[in-house]
Every structure is written in structure tokens, then in C-alpha cells.
Ligand binder design. Structure first.
Ligand code: SAM
Length: 225
């Protein structure tokens, strides 16, 4: 059984997709997708030897080596043209690392139709990168598991040029900030609490840092309004 987080990612994978799971760790996601007959072809990429071996053992153990190709590779270099990958998943990493992986591997996305991203933090950096590079956000999800908030972003490569997301959209998500779900509210109310604690501890009120935090606080208040 997948974690609620990975299940939410899996739910966005279309039936019959050809999936590259980049940073697959144990290859839990492709294993689930194949075992549940959602897909029958996947590449599981891992850059570190240990997880790569574990993923490979896992795939062999379930006799899925004809469906899941585990490759030791950096980022999108795991994808080969002949794989005809149409769906890329990059989950469980920081938004900065995800942006770097996408930036370094843009040329390997020629057959890709959708990208499912699940940043653990720095979502705003990732959204800015996406909008500057013409990736259109199609859906966003937010969930709470084991006291951690997770955001999931589904995007497509846009036809024509996109306008860069506003600061508010980068931080809060164009869909999440419109829907304002209960979990979205919880996430940002918790962030407000943290900010308020920081502010009471900052003695000097004229610093740049103080101004920055006050501005962030204001943005959150507006997003929650
Ligand atoms: N995707 C899984 C998930 O969401 O549960 C595993 C997440 S795990 C925390 C992140 C994995 O990404 C690690 O196994 C790490 O080795 C791998 N990773 C980090 N940078 C990578 C890169 N540039 N290319 C491929 N894998 C990478």
C-alpha cells in the first residue's frame, strides 16, 4: 500500500501511460502502477547506487523486470528516446532540486505530455521555473500526512508562450489559492503561527529581514482572506 502522498501522485497517472519516475528510490510508485494494471511500461531512475540496487531487487522480486526498467542515471538522463515516455514523475524532493533536474534535462522531454511534480519544499521556486519555461499548471493538490503538508503539481508543456505566474501564484499555487481548501488554510495558518513566533523574537524592527517577514505575513493574510 502506498503512502497517501504517493497515492495522490499515482492517481494523476493516466491509464496506459509510459511513465518515467525520476528519483524512484524503492520503485514503489512504478511497482504499484504496474501491479494495479494502470500502466505496463515504466523507467525508474535513480542517481544513487544504494537505492538503485534496492529498486532493482524490488522489481525482480515481483517479476516486473519486463515492465519496469531500473536505471542508474542523473535526472532525466534515465529517459531514452525509444522509451516513448509520455509522463514524468519527480516526487519527494525539494522544489529547487526538481527545477535543476528539469533544467538540466529539458532536451529529454520531447515525447513527454505531462509532468507530475511533488516538491517537499520551495514550491514557489519550482512554480516560477515552470512558468518561465512554458510549463502550464493543469491541476494542483494539497494533502496532509504525518503532520506534513504536501503539494502536487500536474503540468503540461504549453503551446504558445505563457505569462509568468504572479508572486502570489508562485507561492500559493494558482489552483490551490483559488480553491482555498481546508488543508490549504491549515498549512498557511501554521506558517502564520511560525512567522508570528519569529517576529516576537526579532528585537530589531528596522532590518531588511524584519520587513521581509512582515511582507510574507501580509501575503499569507491576503491569500487566506
Ligand atoms: N520518489 C520517491 C518518493 O516520492 O517517495 C522517493 C523520494 S526520495 C526522498 C528522493 C530520491 O531521489 C532519492 O532516492 C535520491 O537518491 C533521488 N535523487 C536525488 N537526486 C536525483 C537525481 N538528480 N536523479 C535521480 N535521482 C535523484
Amino acid at each position: 500500500k502506498l503512502s497517501q502522498r504517493l497515492q495522490a501522485v499515482a492517481d494523476l497517472v493516466p491509464k496506459g501511460a509510459r511513465v518515467a519516475d525520476i528519483g524512484s528510490d524503492h520503485a514503489f510508485l512504478p511497482t504499484y502502477l504496474v501491479q494495479n494494471e494502470i500502466i505496463d511500461f515504466s523507467v525508474a531512475g535513480e542517481v544513487i547506487e544504494g537505492p538503485f540496487q534496492i529498486a532493482q531487487n524490488h522489481v525482480n522480486e515481483f517479476n516486473l523486470h519486463n515492465n519496469i526498467y531500473v536505471r542508474l542515471a542523473n535526472g532525466l538522463l534515465a529517459i531514452k528516446k525509444e522509451d516513448q515516455i509520455d509522463t514524468v514523475v519527480i516526487a519527494g524532493m525539494g522544489g529547487i532540486l526538481i527545477s535543476e533536474i528539469l533544467e538540466a534535462g529539458k532536451d529529454n522531454l520531447s515525447t513527454v505530455k505531462q509532468i507530475i511534480l511533488q516538491p517537499n519544499k520551495h514550491e514557489e521556486v519550482l512554480r516560477l521555473w515552470l512558468s518561465k519555461n512554458n510549463f502550464k499548471i493543469i491541476t494542483e493538490k494539497i494533502l496532509l500526512e504525518n503532520e506534513k503538508f504536501y503539494e502536487i503539481i500536474l503540468c503540461e508543456i504549453a503551446q504558445g508562450n505563457l505569462t509568468v505566474l504572479s508572486k502570489k501564484e508562485q507561492i500559493f499555487g494558482p489552483f490551490l489559492s483559488t480553491e482555498k481548501s481546508e488543508i490549504f488554510r491549515k498549512k498557511w495558518e501554521k506558517e502564520l503561527d511560525t512567522i508570528d513566533k519569529i517576529l516576537t523574537r526579532l528585537p530589531e524592527k528596522r532590518t531588511e529581514k524584519y520587513k521581509e517577514i512582515v511582507e510574507k505575513r501580509q501575503q499569507i493574510m491576503e491569500a487566506l482572506a
